[in-house]
Write a protein that binds this ligand. Structure first.
Ligand code: GCO
Length: 429
């Protein structure tokens, strides 16, 4: 591939989430879940970023990043229903101000898997009340940070959240219920729309700029056995519901799920100013007549003939897939921000290849006409990988969890060159 120059003003950086890096998020449902022994190891102090955020942002700045994605923690900002913490809000103002002072565009997620305990005690995202609670929270955050923040993501990976927490049961409340799963998705769609309009109402009243979306997790679903008609059926169904169907519901307000009547989840006004896309790899689906909502379950990548590379967690690594999912955005004619793409690996050279190979396919998507406006690597620093604890390491920067010392990895410096020059060098291959 010839040398490629990315569009002017391209956003380069990385992403984190509050619970995974801040530490001592004691008022959240995930903290309670961890204390109940449901995870490999509790998050504890995590990366102590609640205190160390300036140091970490110094590193991001030194790596020529011009943007940084983080989440604000609902359980810190609204510790009791309807009571907002001035201290937590002041903290997050310091955080976004610190980003701005370093020339880093803040990209703020309002929800990234964790919830206040008072909400979970009322049924959490399975309770329709969450829609108004989330909109009120979004309004309060934008009122407090909206002069410093222009890019907002309402919910991180709504589909993954619903699957992890209400179908697979590997996050709180640990449900494994298809009806609850479907209720949660409906409420996420409604909450996203309510949050979108709440952000814009505050921003336009104040004369602030706001670009609002969500971080949509997109993954191709090839059939496990291409010759098997039921595997092909499961794969097609998943593509249509998990990927395109969800995006369509966010944009049009009409949510179609197999076996259910079309549901109107908002008034039909578009609710994305850009499209946030998280991409990691493919999931191969094998038909099964129970459990999964797509009448299939993921088959192992261990021996799959089409899987030629894996990460530490045995996920498929497939750089061409990022071009595939970016092309899904074409019909919407909206800017696309890659809000997550990363690899957990013990081999930093694999991480370097991962980043460059995915960027080459992003370049091809841009040449296809996809208006990509940025790329955020997951993650800036090694961090708490939910139920899997601290073993998987995604970071551009290594963290020693005993001393909290940071060490910049070689892959980070290679990525920094692309961020600094806004260019991918020529590549034969
Ligand atoms: C997700 C979340 C992150 C993960 C990352 C690696 O996509 O699950 O946004 O919290 O840590 O994706 O799994």
């Amino acid at each position: 591939m010839a040398e490629f120059t990315f569009p002017t003003g391209f956003l380069w950086g990385s992403a984190t989430s509050a619970h995974q890096v801040e530490g001592n998020n004691t008022n959240s449902d995930w903290w309670a879940w961890e204390q109940a022994g449901k995870v490999a190891e509790p998050s504890g102090l995590a990366c102590d970023q609640y205190q160390r955020f300036r140091d970490d942002f110094d590193v991001a700045q030194s790596l020529s990043h011009n943007a940084h994605r983080l989440s604000v923690e609902w359980s810190r900002i609204e510790p009791e229903e309807g009571r907002f913490s001035d201290e937590a809000i002041a903290h997050y103002r310091e955080v976004v101000t610190a980003l701005r002072q370093r020339g880093l565009e803040p990209i703020v997620s309002l929800h990234h898997y964790t919830n206040p305990l008072w909400l979970t005690k009322q049924g959490g995202w399975a309770n329709p009340k969450v829609v108004d609670c989330f909109a009120r929270f979004a309004q309060r955050v934008v009122e407090s940070l909206g002069d410093q923040v222009s890019y907002w993501l309402t919910i991180n990976e709504p589909m993954v959240y619903a699957v992890m927490h209400y179908l697979d049961g590997v996050g709180p409340p640990g449900e494994q219920s298809l009806p609850a799963f479907l209720r949660v998705i409906e409420h996420e769609l409604r909450a996203h729309a309510a949050g979108y309009h709440a952000v814009h109402a505050v921003a336009s009243a104040q004369g602030w700029t706001a670009r609002v979306s969500l971080a949509n997790h997109a993954q191709p679903f090839p059939p496990c056995r291409r010759w098997h008609p039921l595997d092909r059926f499961a794969a097609t169904l998943a593509e249509r519901t998990y990927n395109q169907g969800f995006l369509e519901a966010v944009m049009s307000g009409r949510w179609r799920f197999p076996g259910r009547r079309t549901m109107r989840v908002h008034d039909g006004r578009p609710t994305m100013d850009f499209i946030g896309m998280n991409y990691y790899g493919r999931v191969f689906l094998r038909s099964a007549w129970r459990g999964s909502p797509w009448w299939g379950h993921r088959c192992s990548t261990q021996h799959h003939p089409e899987v030629t590379e894996r990460n530490f967690l045995e996920w498929d690594v497939y750089p061409p897939g990022i071009r595939q999912i970016l092309r899904w955005a074409l019909p919407y004619r909206l800017p696309v921000l890659i809000t997550e793409n990363g690899i957990c690996t013990t081999d930093d050279r694999q991480r370097e290849r991962f980043i460059l190979n995915h960027l080459r396919w992003v370049a091809r998507a841009i040449q296809d006409g996809v208006p990509v406006i940025g790329y955020l690597y997951w993650s800036l620093i090694d961090n708490f990988e939910w139920a899997k604890g601290y073993i998987p390491r995604f970071g551009l920067v290594e963290v020693d969890y005993v001393t909290q010392a940071r060490r910049v990895r070689d892959s980070a410096r290679r990525f920094a060159e692309v961020c600094r020059t806004n260019r991918l060098p020529e590549h034969n291959g």
